[in-house]
Ligand binder design. Structure first.
Ligand SMILES: NC(=O)c1ccc[n+]([C@@H]2O[C@H](COP(=O)([O-])OP(=O)(O)OC[C@H]3O[C@@H](n4cnc5c(N)ncnc54)[C@H](OP(=O)(O)O)[C@@H]3O)[C@@H](O)[C@H]2O)c1
Length: 299
């Protein structure tokens, strides 16, 4: 099997790269925009690919002829998507169309990542077939990408996930767990929202869901998040307890006080029965995730 990853410099992209490059049963092509920022260069071929470039997408996929394409590249900054809707559509919607068209030409399977932000958060945790109602342009863009796949002739899988976190090198953005750990260590007062509930996802678990979907050739929509649903405050509190930081400096605040550009769903979380049964997905508990992160940071 030959697998091509997009966005291989990103958090999920790097986890996929490291898991797949050591699998001698497959060929791995890692692609991302610009230079390869992953220091390990063995076990795969790297090609620069900006997925908003339709011609480049078509050319590289036609030349490489992968059996599976895993699309991890996206514009994930929710407020930036609200402010830059055209750029958001270019990467989160139009580029998915280019990938789907190119995959269809060679009968490749496209695995794409979506989000809990397609829901309004009034009725979480959600099943795959629940009714979407995005509150943000980011959520809408991801919903549009799902809808275009649903009517496309390509073989596709959508994996929906929630707050992805993990340790990786040279990332262009941070993630909640590492940010909270660093901020707690500094000991400054921290204002944390306690009226949004999420099921944070270890990047390795999401990478496993992608690989399971690729190997089982599973088609359709699957939830692939962590299992523990907590308020953002509780997430930070559990990080503090795990790493032995005081919670005395933590203040609870409400979403309304933040005045964020884009709307956020109050309570998401996913029901994982389908992905456990069909894919064999088995995410770590949040506590185990923190132990894994701790080990990786102290390597
Ligand atoms: N992170 C979350 O909390 C979260 C939550 C729900 C769903 N998701 C979804 O999960 C997926 C993976 O997220 P992630 O956290 O791994 O994101 P990430 O760390 O931001 O990785 C995305 C990667 O895509 C690259 N990229 C950006 N524009 C590109 C382009 N035009 N062509 C090719 N590559 C491009 C980025 O490059 P640079 O590194 O050079 O910027 C980055 O390396 C995304 O689909 C995201 O929407 C994430």
């Amino acid at each position: 099997m030959k697998i091509l990853i997009t966005g291989s410099n990103g958090l999920l992209g790097q986890k996929l790269l490291h898991k797949l490059r050591v699998d001698s049963s497959l060929d791995l092509i890692a692609t991302s925009r610009g230079e390869n920022r992953v220091s390990e260069k063995n076990g795969y071929t790297y090609l620069a690919l900006d997925i908003t470039d339709e011609k480049a997408v078509a050319q590289i996929i036609a030349m490489q002829k992968p059996d599976v394409v895993i699309n991890t590249a996206a514009m994930t900054n929710v407020d930036l998507c609200e402010a830059e809707k055209e750029n958001c559509d270019a990467l989160n919607v139009n580029a998915v169309q280019y990938l789907a068209d190119a995959c269809q030409q060679i009968d490749a399977h496209l695995i794409h990542i979506s989000t809990d932000f397609i829901f309004d958060g009034e009725d979480g945790p959600y099943k795959e077939e629940d009714e979407p109602n995005p509150l943000s342009y980011y959520g809408l863009s991801k919903l549009k990408s799902e809808q275009l796949l649903q009517t496309h002739a390509v073989k596709w899988t959508v994996l929906r996930t929630i707050i992805v976190f993990g340790v990786a090198e040279n990332l262009s953005k941070g993630n909640l767990v590492l940010w909270a750990k660093g901020a707690l260590e500094k000991g400054d007062p921290l204002n944390i929202i306690d009226d949004q509930f999420r099921a944070p996802t270890l990047a390795e678990d999401l990478a496993d869901a992608c690989i399971l979907a690729a190997k089982k050739k599973a088609l359709g929509v699957f939830n692939a998040s962590g299992e523990d649903i907590m308020s953002i405050y509780e997430i930070v509190e559990r990080i503090a307890n795990h790493f032995g930081n005081t919670t005395e400096n933590l203040n609870k605040i409400s979403t309304a006080t933040l005045n964020q550009t884009a709307g956020r769903p109050p309570k998401t979380g996913f029901i994982l029965d389908k992905s456990k049964k069909v894919l064999g997905y088995n995410p770590h508990s949040f506590e185990d995730c923190l132990t894994i992160i701790d080990k990786q940071l102290n390597k």
